[in-house]
Design a protein around this ligand. Structure first.
Ligand code: AMP
Length: 305
């Protein structure tokens, strides 16, 4: 089934204990669509960039089967820019700078060819943009999933609460779940967030895995213990893309299938962190992905007796 993704397409400047990059290609929607492209064939993108954004990157998305008709290239505009610096644990980071640029007044156009998309991924971007995309679809998708971050909680709280009422699944990291809910314990935080709209809450805990809360049930997926993590940027988005891409490829939104989706998402994220930026997602094979998924199965499989 088809997936429509909205979110940032960006320039990032990153600093990790392993090194520093100048402007490289990033953005939530970049990671999401690349990751999802390994699962779903119909991958529709709505986003905005400036004309400083390299054509070659748009071609890479197209080569992955991503439909970029909904990617506005604003003439004379500058692409969204984010820079971040990771702490030594690589699990926490500080935002050094955000320049919204063309994202500040983006009025998303959803091409008619996207109107029947069955899955909608509201990747990290302004909540008002996320809401507009829902409103511009003539038919409610089978599943709407949202990702957000503390930046929007600090700057667009009311808009965020509004859009949250309309989504089925939220993915959010542990600190952000605490900020959104005002609860410290993650089980309580998830329960509170479930009253705000999304009935399914996925809390990402970086190298400590992810928790899936669905009605009264909880599922936990570990992150793969890796020898080397170069750059965690985009891991959360890659995870989300793998998760929803897998659901879209199967058309099944049951709790059981979401458990599988979490594992596929975690496997995709484990590739993402192996190189700076999104590069590791450019050339994966189905075999590599399936091998990784098996590693997850083996990681916590045991015999009771
Ligand atoms: P993640 O590491 O999964 O949280 O995602 C990092 C990506 O999110 C980077 O490539 C950034 O370009 C993008 N990003 C950072 N801040 C924002 C923001 N306020 N709105 C949208 N995207 C953002």
């Amino acid at each position: 089934m088809s997936l429509l993704t909205v979110g940032s397409v960006a320039f990032d400047a990153l600093e990790t204990p392993f090194g520093k990059t100048d402007k490289i290609i990033g953005g939530a929607a970049t990671y999401i669509t690349l990751s999802a492209s390994y699962f779903t064939k119909e991958n529709n993108l709505v986003a905005v960039v400036g004309d400083d954004f390299p054509r070659e990157m748009i071609d890479i998305l197209k080569d992955h089967g991503v439909n970029t008709d909904g990617l506005e290239v604003r003439r004379g505009g500058k692409t969204f820019f984010w820079s971040g610096k990771y702490h030594n644990d690589m699990n926490t980071r500080d935002t050094v700078e955000v320049q919204l640029n063309v994202m500040a007044d983006f009025d998303p156009v959803v091409p008619p060819a996207y109107h029947q998309s069955e899955f909608l991924m509201l990747g990290n971007t302004a909540p008002s943009i996320q809401k507009t995309v829902i409103e511009r679809l003539p038919r409610r998708p089978k599943l709407i999933m949202l990702d957000t971050m503390n930046f929007w909680m600090d700057s667009a709280w009311d808009d965020l609460l509004e859009v949250l009422k309309r989504v089925d699944v939220i993915t959010i990291n542990d600190e952000e779940a605490r900020q959104l809910s005002g609860e410290y314990a993650l089980v309580k935080a998830a329960a509170k967030i479930q009253t705000m709209g999304p009935k399914t809450v996925i809390i990402k805990k970086g190298e400590h895995g992810a928790l899936l809360f669905h009605a009264d049930s909880i599922f936990f997926a570990p992150a793969l213990p890796l020898e080397e993590v170069f750059d965690p940027t985009g891991a959360g988005d890659t995870f989300a893309g793998g998760f929803i891409g897998y659901l879209a490829s199967t058309g099944d939104v049951s709790f059981n299938n979401m458990k599988r989706g979490i594992i596929y998402g975690s496997a995709m994220a484990s590739f993402c962190v192996e190189k700076f930026g999104a590069e590791r997602l450019f050339n994966l094979t189905t075999e590599e992905i399936n091998d990784r998924v098996l590693k997850f199965v083996q990681l916590s499989a045991f015999e009771l007796q």
